[in-house]
Structure formats: C-alpha cells, structure tokens
Design a protein around this ligand. Sequence first.
Ligand code: NAD
Length: 357
Amino acid sequence: MEFNIALVKGDGIGPEIVDSAVEVLEVIGKKYGHTFNFTPYLAGGCAIDACGEPLPKETVEGCKNSDSVLLGAVGGPKWDTLPGNIRPEKALLGLRAALGLFTNLRPAKIYPALAGACTLRPDIIERGFDLVIVRELTGGIYFGERGRREGKYGPEAYDTEAYSVMEIERIARVAFETAMKRRKNVISIDKANVLETSRLWRETVHRIAAEYPEVECTDMLVDNAAMQLVRDPSRFDVVVTSNMFGDILSDEASQITGSIGLLASSSLGSGKCGLYEPIHGSAPDIAGQNKANPIATILSAAMMLRYSFGLTEEADAIEKAVNETLEAGVRTADIVGDSGATPVTCTGMTAEIISRL
Ligand code: NAD
C-alpha cells in the first residue's frame, strides 16, 4: 500500500526525533511492502523565522491533503516573548482545528524494564498498567463563552462549559471502538454529581454503550479518578472524558509512567487522517546534541500505522522492537536512571530499534 505522510518536524529536538521515526517507517515499508511518501512542512518557531507566521497556509493545505501528519514539537525560548497570536503553539491549535481533530488518544503504560523510573510504590507497579485516555479535544470549557464582567463582589471572570449530544456521542464511539481493540473496558469520567454537562455526558455515554454489549462500561467521578490513577492504575483500560478533565488526567497518567520521552499521542477526527506526536516538547536544552530519546516519536509513528492506516501487524512490530530494545538495557540519557547503562545517542537508539525490527 502507499501512504502520503506530512512531516512537521518543528523546533528544538523535533527534526532529530522525526528523522528517527522516518528511518523506522522506511524499514517497515521495505519489510512489509508499503511505500511511505514523506513531505516536510514548516510549523512553529521555524515557520515564524521563515515566513513570519507559525502556521503557513501551505502547511495546512499539505497536511489536509496527506493521509496523516507526523509532528515533532514546536516552540523554544527564541520565540517566548512574541505576542500570543504569533507564538509557535498557535500552530498546534490551528492544525487541530483545520484537520477537525476532536479526539486525543494518549496511551500510558509501564515498561517493566523501566519500572525504576516510575514514581509509584513497587507493589502498585508490580500489577503493571496499560491504559489509554480518550480526551474530547474541541469542545467544553476551553472553547465555551468567556469574558470579564462586573459581578456581585466586583470585577469577575467566567468561562462556560457546554457539550452537545453530538460531541459526546462521537467521542464515546471512539472510546468504545478503541476498547474493542483492547481489553473491552471503558471508564467514563465526569462530575455528574455537580455539573449538568456531566449529567448529559453520562446519559449519552450510557446510550452509546448499549451499542457495544461486549464492552464493560462504568462511570467514575473525576476526583475519584485522579486518586485511582495513582492508587491502582492497573484497573484502567480505556478512559473517556471531556476536554479539561482529559487535559489534567492525561498529564497525571503520563507522569506516573516516569518516562516522558516514551509517550506517544494521536489526535483524530471523523476521517482516517490523524496528527501523531510525542507528548513532550521541543527540549531546547538538548536540541542539536543527538541526545534526544526518539522512542515517543517512533511509537507515535506506530500509532499512525495502527489507527490511520490499519496496519496492525506493522505497528505491533515497532512496539515489540522498542520493548526488546529497552529489555536489552539500551538507554538514552533521560532514562538511564540508576541502571548504570552508558547512554546511547538519538541515532544510536534508532539503530538499536531498527536492528530488532
Ligand atoms: P519539554 O518536554 O520540551 O522538556 C522537559 C524536559 O524533558 C527537558 O529537560 C527535556 O530535555 C526533557 N525531554 C523532553 N523530551 C525529551 C526527549 N525526547 N528525550 C530526552 N529528554 C527529553 O518541556 P518544556 O521544557 O516545558 O518546553 C520546551 C518547549 O517545548 C517550550 O517552548 C514549550 O512551549 C514547547 N512544548 C511543545 C509541545 C508540543 O509541541 N506539542 C509540548 C510541550 C511543550
């Protein structure tokens, strides 16, 4: 099969880690008989430098016309003092909006070989965890009506949360479909004891759950979920939640894995085209030094194969090679911990993974 992939390398370590993922995809292409065509586009700080804006029109058009987008990271101190509307981060919001990406999928799992980096107690880690957070990305309080006004106690500010049945239905379906490919368990997180939007959320999720009798679906209040994630993450398979709750819980979930350089994410819309990126930033402190951990971006590429291209076997092969590389004790500097291993470079880690494909 043939796929067109837009590469948005971005800033800082972005180019190094995207190049690593491209190398891996090229090997997969050869091995399984696929052609991946890569077209680079500018976004973020490098686009501000080259064209005076963080998200040039050609980038939006190129990404829209591709089968999927692989993104490194954007931003850095060089652009930190620019006004909000021309900051590098604008490129991310702009791309998500242009591609109609309403779902963010963020897996968080513990790698036994890296259990030492996990902040949880050994008896909790022993049970292992492998969960995915399905976060609604384009609705809720981050996009609701907001403003400043004169209130009962003087000047005040307000933000409003609104969710339509349609928005909840479509994110719930993504969660149930994801669960069907995993352990068939969905936990829907809300604050239905207080919020009306959460009551509608719960009602709607239950209605969609009836379409997936094989999937077990339960509700959990967000405050309890925040506790359960650190108390017993093994009980979660697929978590579905609103934009703000998902923002907070997905950061909590990634933190408990103890390894930011390993975590991938994908943003999806109603079509097959998705945006795949590591969850970390552009790491300006190590940019250009060949020290970055490429695993999160390589795993993002694996997610692209799985979720946008339907290439399950190929995605499995990448994930297995990453696992085996970690099991073999290969470490970049960020995950050396107290292992005593001599850190490998970004290109070194990439070569080790490729050698196991
Ligand atoms: P960061 O994730 O870039 O870095 C935090 C720390 O983790 C740094 O010490 C960094 O060296 C390390 N780190 C991150 N990724 C790594 C990797 N793959 N390998 C090894 N070490 C890694 O977060 P930050 O320092 O808060 O932000 C730096 C810049 O990135 C900022 O301009 C920020 O706005 C931007 N940012 C971009 C995105 C994105 O593009 N999606 C996300 C977060 C932050």
